[in-house]
Design a protein around this ligand. Structure first.
Ligand code: HEC
Ligand code: HEC
Ligand code: HEC
Ligand code: HEC
Ligand code: HEC
Ligand code: HEC
Length: 419
């Protein structure tokens, strides 16, 4: 609870901080426009705080006068050739790499870009206790309550046992039986002789057993909603949603083979050799700041051994162990290409709105009933499918229907899914 309150107050503080930064800059729209122009024209060679092909640009606008900057950005080579001393120095300091000319950018455009590059570097916002922790704490509480209840029941049992023992003693003394003998009866005998106690403790043991058994079965059985924390925070929302990257770019084998597979890190580096900074939206409520995302990209570099400053591979690789989310038991057979390519089923039909998931989760139950229901409801795709044409025609005569469902096609025969 305390952790949750702390988190909330941290988030509120964080938002105050941002409000201050925003208020201190003259105009949000100018900066927004500048950021868009910067990303479109300059980001390929310049970063704000790190050297890339060209120098880091944050705060550079104050070093030169505006007229000079207009000339430089519109046509830096022209300025160098005109013999401008400053221009020549910068050119030589940067190994004579040539900066593209941007004659199309108006002075207002350039002003906007420079307003963006002149923004102060945002203070890192540290959210100490993440909300995720609060969440898992909650289920911990309910578990604790159950355990406390069980402990209480157990305590009652012990008290009863002691009481019963005392009563027996009392009876023994009152009835004049020699107490010495009786008192040597071991406690477990007293226990067994008392049928009520046996009944209560049996129920008690069954309850405990049932509780743990249930937990165990839930764990190996249905995993709907399962979303483990991955070694690198990889957001499908940012990749497949915001940036519209096709699922097949990374899961290319889904179309051709039984499994879909997770892309190798080389695939990531096709893009991330050039994308070392995240410039998209933050998600402060969850603690995903720009720094957080950049840190995750840095983990990728660490894993493939990519030195960002030198732009070379160091050869020190550390494989990333993604945690598998969807997992059918070995005795069930499932084939991706049959569903994706042959049947033409969308990924989202079985995996949900993946392009909206910041953290991927298992969206469907993956039970046998789930597979069979869909086979009953979904028609076999006959378009461009010569192979099935003949069987399809025969079957549709047999069932007297136009469209054959996957179930009528054999999709509920045990042997199709079980080896
Ligand atoms: C093709 C790569 C490339 C692109 C695109 C590019 N630049 Fe440059 N820029 C450079 C290089 C390289 C230098 C260093 C000078 C040189 O070698 O010509 C530089 C230098 C500069 C400088 C002087 C920096 C200093 O440290 O004095 C400014 C300002 C600048 N660029 C702004 C921009 C802006 C604004 C854009 C986008 C409209 C842009 N650049 C796009 C490569 C690029
Ligand atoms: C840029 C690469 C990339 C793109 C594009 C991409 N994915 Fe992924 N996908 C991954 C990586 C990496 C993982 C493993 C990490 C994780 O689970 O988040 C993954 C995991 C998955 C998983 C879970 C795998 C398991 O362990 O069970 C599913 C399902 C999935 N992706 C579906 C999709 C769908 C559907 C799309 C298109 C909407 C898509 N992916 C687009 C890279 C990508
Ligand atoms: C087709 C290009 C492409 C591929 C392939 C790709 N990414 Fe990205 N990645 C991006 C873009 C674009 C962004 C967002 C950059 C931005 O908004 O400034 C991004 C952002 C990220 C981020 C920060 C946001 C987040 O998701 O946490 C991480 C980490 C990341 N990528 C890791 C990976 C990993 C790991 C792989 C390989 C499994 C991968 N990327 C493959 C283009 C790609
Ligand atoms: C008919 C339902 C269905 C469709 C459609 C489907 N999947 Fe799957 N997917 C599954 C099942 C079931 C599993 C678990 C397979 C297993 O454990 O053997 C799975 C597993 C995965 C995995 C984990 C790795 C693997 O291959 O086991 C990824 C990644 C994945 N799917 C991506 C995709 C993508 C991308 C698409 C779309 C091109 C897609 N899936 C379409 C049902 C589906
Ligand atoms: C979104 C609906 C859908 C879901 C969910 C689905 N399937 Fe299917 N499945 C189909 C369709 C449609 C076909 C027919 C494909 C074709 O044309 O061969 C099919 C075909 C099959 C076949 C081939 C049947 C044959 O007659 O050759 C197998 C095996 C199969 N599915 C297994 C599974 C398993 C296992 C699951 C659950 C993990 C599953 N399917 C979930 C739609 C689905
Ligand atoms: C469309 C595919 C499909 C067909 C057809 C199918 N099963 Fe299954 N079956 C599965 C999947 C997938 C699982 C794993 C479910 C899970 O992990 O919860 C499963 C699990 C089981 C289990 C283990 C118990 C359980 O629910 O986890 C038994 C037993 C079983 N199937 C028997 C059969 C019999 C008998 C038939 C024929 C009448 C049959 N199955 C037809 C897909 C299928």
């Amino acid at each position: 609870m305390l952790a949750l309150l702390l988190t909330i107050s941290n988030v509120i503080n964080a938002q105050d901080e941002i409000a201050k930064v925003v208020a201190s800059t003259e105009n949000e729209d100018v900066i927004k426009a500048g950021k868009a122009l910067f990303n479109a024209n300059c980001a390929a060679c310049h970063k704000l705080d790190k050297k890339a092909t060209g120098p880091a640009l944050r705060g550079k606008a104050d070093k030169y006068d505006r007229e000079w900057l207009y000339k430089w950005i519109n046509n830096s080579q022209g300025l160098i050739k005109s013999g401008d001393a400053k221009a020549i120095t910068i050119f030589e300091e940067n190994n004579m790499s040539i900066m593209t000319s941007f004659p199309q950018l108006s002075h207002t455009d350039i002003d906007n870009i420079l307003a963006y590059t002149s923004q102060p570097k945002p203070e890192p916002i540290i959210i100490e206790s993440s909300i995720a922790e609060g969440g898992s704490g909650e289920s911990g509480v309910s578990n604790n309550i159950i355990l406390a209840a069980l402990a209480l029941v157990f305590l009652l049992l012990v008290v009863m046992l002691v009481l019963v023992n005392k009563t027996l003693r009392g009876i023994a003394i009152a009835s004049g039986v020699e107490y010495e003998v009786k008192s040597r009866t071991p406690i477990w005998k007293v226990f067994v002789q008392n049928q009520f106690l046996v009944l209560v403790s049996t129920i008690f043991l069954l309850l405990i057993g049932g509780y743990f058994m249930f937990g165990f079965l839930m764990q190996i059985g249905v995993n709907q909603g399962y979303s483990p924390v991955q070694p690198i925070h990889f957001s499908h929302k940012i990749h497949a949603g915001d940036n519209q990257i096709d699922c097949n770019y990374c899961h290319s084998s889904a179309r051709k083979s039984k499994t879909s597979g997770i892309p190798s890190l080389n695939v990531c580096m096709n893009c991330h050799k050039n994308i070392s900074d995240y410039n998209g939206e933050e998600n402060l409520a969850e603690g995903y700041t720009l720094d957080f995302y950049n840190g995750e990209i840095a983990k990728l570099y660490d894993a493939v051994g990519w030195d960002v400053d030198q732009q070379v591979y160091t050869g020190e690789e550390k494989p990333v162990k993604w945690i598998r989310i969807h997992n059918l038991p070995d005795f069930a057979y499932f084939n991706h290409s049959q569903h994706v390519t042959v049947a033409g089923v969308d990924c989202q039909k079985c995996h949900g709105p993946v392009e909206e998931m910041e953290i991927l989760e298992q969206f469907v139950p993956l039970t046998m009933g789930w597979c069979i229901n869909c086979h009953r409801e979904t028609n076999v795709n006959m378009k461009d499918n010569e192979y099935y044409k003949k069987i399809h025609d025969e079957l549709s005569k047999k069932y007297g229907v136009e469209q054959i469902t996957a179930a009528q096609f054999g999709g509920i025969e045990c042997g199709k899914c079980h080896y």
